[in-house]
Ligand binder design. Structure first.
Ligand code: SF4
Ligand code: SF4
Length: 73
C-alpha cells in the first residue's frame, strides 16, 4: 500500500494536507516553535494521495509500504 512520507524539516506547518485528508489521519504537531504534519494513524490511511497533491511545498511523497507501522520519519 501507499503511505505518505513527510519530509519533516521542509514542512512549513501550513496544515493544507491535514485539511485535505478524508479520514483525518494527519495532524499538526508542535515541536518547540515549529509545527509540522504527522501521520497519526497509518493503518487508517487509505493511500489516496490527496495530501501529496495538496502540499504546496512538495513535502509529501507517497511511498510503497508493506505494512503500515506509522514510522515515517
Ligand atoms: S494518503 Fe489520503 S488518507 Fe493517507 S494521509 Fe494522505 S490524504 Fe490522508
Ligand atoms: S501541506 Fe505540506 S507543508 Fe503544509 S503541513 Fe502538510 S506537509 Fe507540511
Amino acid at each position: 500500500m501507499l503511505l505518505p512520507h513527510i519530509n519533516t524539516p521542509r514542512c512549513t506547518g501550513c496544515g493544507w494536507c491535514v485539511a485535505a485528508c478524508p479520514p483525518h489521519v494527519l495532524s499538526l504537531h508542535t515541536e518547540g516553535w515549529r509545527k509540522h504534519a504527522v501521520l497519526d494513524d497509518a493503518p487508517g490511511c487509505t493511500g489516496c494521495s490527496k495530501c501529496e497533491r495538496r502540499c504546496p511545498f512538495g513535502v509529501i511523497t507517497m511511498i510503497k509500504t508493506k505494512k503500515p507501522d506509522g514510522h515515517q520519519a
